[in-house]
Design a protein around this ligand. Structure first.
Ligand SMILES: Cc1ncc(COP(=O)(O)O)c(C=O)c1O
Length: 405
């Protein structure tokens, strides 16, 4: 998800504006900052670009999820249904507000299975948190229906899918709240940063205060601000926001290149009948940061991954099934409920229970899946060479191993 691949003069110019005033903090110092308000400007640009009413910048995608959850009123003992394939930050955030991450199976969209969500609903369920993984989108229409039917909140973790949309609406702006990450490996980067997006004013006011020690930001004197509730420091800095402003101006270019390269690669892999692709609920809305493809069996997939490694061409191809960050199979710390400080015994019990359920339906999908990251700087020749090598390795493995193995 390589926003950093297109980086240069505009980023330097934006940062220089801040360096010239020396005001690195987003709040206060009104006279000294000489009209430079990069965070405010980026929040406005995000609202305009993605079509939401409010945006609250924070220090990371994890902070954005935590802020959104707290602002939605999720706390001790509340169950949040989320997928078993995500990044650890999604359950970290739920735990940090005292909630219970209820991990459930994914389907061939590589995101929350609506059927699994239905089965996981209990009287304690408060929120459904789909994660729009790898540049595409969850089955958000079906999830919205479920939330409506059961009066549940919908929080979209869209950290990995900046610029993806579903039926004309950008992911992250469809639910009660949504988040992006602007860390260094996201479609657009601030180096570190994140945002909470919402169309609900009350939620925005809460996010604004929660991410800055509960300040009400009602006046111009920070020292005189009231604190209607307790908050924390998840502030973004002006330097980070400045980089984000440069990056958001490149977003359309990034998406165009990703979509073109994705299409080329997909058409090359499509020539192999045994290769299938991730189901995309709205194909026109895919941001195309990755091409995610399947082989018929785990054994074939492992053999392809091994051969790519043997030929030193595995880089950029992700076999999430063995990845320590993204899939339940390797989250031993969660399965054992290992924390530095003590959790309430009921919470710990619930965490361990949900992390140790049967995820064989997800295993059957993830064991056969490889996601190929789409580069922005590939030349046509490099793209062709990458595709040809991938096709050649897959064919080589298929010629040696039976598909039913
Ligand atoms: C799905 C998902 N959620 C949340 C995050 C957290 O974002 P950050 O790294 O900005 O804290 C990430 C980061 O990779 C992510 O992939």
């Amino acid at each position: 998800m390589p926003g950093y691949e297109l980086f240069g003069a505009e980023e330097r110019r934006q940062v220089q504006d801040v360096m010239e005033t020396g005001i690195l903090m987003r709040y206060g110092f009104d006279a000294a900052r000489k009209g430079i308000w990069k965070s405010v400007e980026l929040e406005k640009a995000i609202c305009d670009r993605f079509g939401c009413s409010y945006a609250q910048l924070v220090s990371s995608g994890t902070a954005a999820l935590t802020t959104a959850l707290a602002s939605l009123g999720i706390g001790y003992g509340d169950e949040v249904i989320m997928p078993a394939f995500t990044f650890v930050a999604s359950f970290d955030a739920v735990l940090s507000v005292g909630g219970v991450p209820v991990l459930v199976d994914i389907d061939d969209t590589l995101t929350l299975s609506p059927d699994a969500v239905r089965k996981a609903i209990t009287p304690k369920t408060k929120c459904v948190m789909p994660v729009h993984m790898c540049g595409s989108m969850s089955d958000i229409g079906a999830l919205q229906e479920i939330c409506k039917e059961h009066h549940l909140l919908l929080l979209e973790d869209a950290c990995q899918s900046i610029g993806a949309s579903y039926k004309g609406k950008y992911v992250g702006t469809i639910g009660d709240a949504g988040t992006f990450s602007f860390d260094f490996v996201k479609t657009m980067t601030c180096a570190e940063g994140g945002v909470v997006m919402t169309n609900n004013k009350d939620l925005f006011i809460k996010s604004d205060g929660y991410s800055d020690h509960g300040h009400d930001h009602a006046g111009v004197d920070r020292g005189a601000d009231l604190h209607p509730f307790i908050g924390y420091n998840f502030r973004i800095s002006e330097l980070h926001a400045a980089i984000g402003l440069a990056q958001i101006s490149r977003l359309d270019q990034v998406l165009t290149i990703q979509r073109r390269n994705h299409q080329h690669l997909q058409s090359m892999l499509s020539a192999i009948p045994e290769v299938s692709f991730r189901r995309i609920p709205d194909a026109a809305g895919d941001s195309c940061t990755f091409l995610s493809w399947f082989l018929p069996t785990e054994s074939l997939t492992r053999a392809v991954v091994q051969e790519l490694k043997a030929q030193s061409i595995l880089a950029g191809n992700f076999y999430w099934f063995d990845n320590n960050w993204h899939y339940i199979r390797k989250w031993d710390h969660l399965k054992q409920g290992v924390t530095l400080n003590s959790l309430h015994p009921d919470l710990k019990k619930a965490v361990i229970h949900h992390a140790n359920k049967d995820f064989s339906a997800s295993d059957a999908i993830m064991g056969r899946c490889v996601s190929t990251a789409i580069g922005l700087l590939w030349t046509e020749d490099q793209l062709k060479e990458k595709g040809e090598k991938l096709v050649s390795v897959i064919k080589q493995v298929l010629s040696k191993q039976s598909v039913s193995a």
